[in-house]
Design a protein around this ligand. Sequence first.
Ligand code: ADP
Length: 489
Amino acid sequence: MAKLPEFLKMDCYVGGAWVAAGSAERLDVVDPATGESLGSVPRMGASDTQAAIAAAQAAHEDWSGRTAGDRARVLNAWASAMRDHAEDLAQLMTLEQGKPLSEARVEVEYAASFFSWFAEEGRRLYGDIIPSHRQDARILVTRNSLGVVGGITPWNFPSAMVTRKAAPALAAGNCMVLKPAEATPLSALAIASLADMVGVPPGVFNVVTGGREDAPVIGKAMIDSPLVRKIGFTGSTAVGKQLMRDCAGDLTKVSLELGGNAAFIVFEDADFDAALEGVQICKFRNAGQTCIAANRILVQESIHDSFVAALTAKAEQIRVGHGLDAGVSQGPLIDTRGLEKVELLVADALEKGATIHTGGARHAAGGTYYQPTILTGVTSAMDISHQEVFGPVAAIGSFRDEAEAIAMANDTPYGLAGYFYSRDVGRIFRVADALKTGIVGVNTGLISTEVAPFGGVKESGIGREGSKYGIEDWTELKYICLAGLGAVA
Ligand code: ADP
């Protein structure tokens, strides 16, 4: 087994100290590829979470009172530390999450980029001076930190989802309590170790870990605390909705990045090879475990058969195995729950008339490995058209014309990402306008970058992360009416 980073500590990071749970209980963290234990982390409860909130609150006055330039220096140092230790962080991520090392390396750089980007955006949190409604008054508008904020993150991007929340939150002067996913707490703790190393002040960033049963307890302790003014969540739509309902109690702000059901449309005028490459990345990256994965691939009738044949050939070349092994491009699924969901969706599709071109079963490597799979004849009668697959299964349907493709793509309560390939400039504008999603990829299957706003419409969420917009969600406006200024005599 590869070595874990020397700087990794397997306790929670609260108020600048490494602490165990009050109950002393711990949770095992395993390599999903082998089931081997990598170590254990504390199972925090309500009072542990309250202690982390208190630590964040104690740090807030100093942190928010600093200049944005001071905070930028700290965040830039944190980004540099991530880059200096990128290989350690990437190996750790592969070990606890399963993704191929090449993908983990890309994610670590993506994660560090949020600190670099928001260090600078924090310096540009401009306010306004509004033309006044009174001669003797001036109207000023400032953007202020919220105070203590909570972050709840998923396991599919164990580092980037942490920094995509922590970086804008901290740059704007907030202090954060983060609860990483139960499957991947080590990447978050490694990021906390680096915070400690570069001198992020105690209490500014706290990490509270726990198991699946602890998540609602930790979440509730955050939401019920009057000190926590926002929850930033990435995860399932069901949990996101529950958190939003709970946040109504004392009107805690929420931003939610939830499930998707991305359509990937290939028009007959597309660059065939480019579309093939785009769909392969978009579908099979991270073994299909991304909320922006191509969940429904829609191919125009005239090119359907040749496209399926070419994609099947590509899928058969995917090397499945442990993410640390050279040449592997698909790791295991995160756990048995994920594996069984994929199996159920494939079984339902087959029962309702879909055809398998390759794969369609667990992989010979055992564990939670699943074969790269191509299914055709997928229709809206099948569950796979409506639920996130979160596995390496390309579900392909066909369409006659542009209007039908748009109608099929929008036939979902979700609206995170949508993709299409076309070389017709009129069609590019028409379809980009018509897709009811927060993100549209045209002639690309890769849209994630720190400089652009990431987020969904409809049941895919509320708010945006990344870009100049992503920091606004971590602030609130204050209007100052400066009156009694008199008039020039
Ligand atoms: P997934 O099914 O992909 O694991 P979840 O929405 O269940 O997605 O999990 C995303 C994150 O939300 C994880 O950190 C998980 O621990 C946390 N979580 C799950 N349920 C709750 C809850 N009721 N309250 C707060 N956090 C939760």
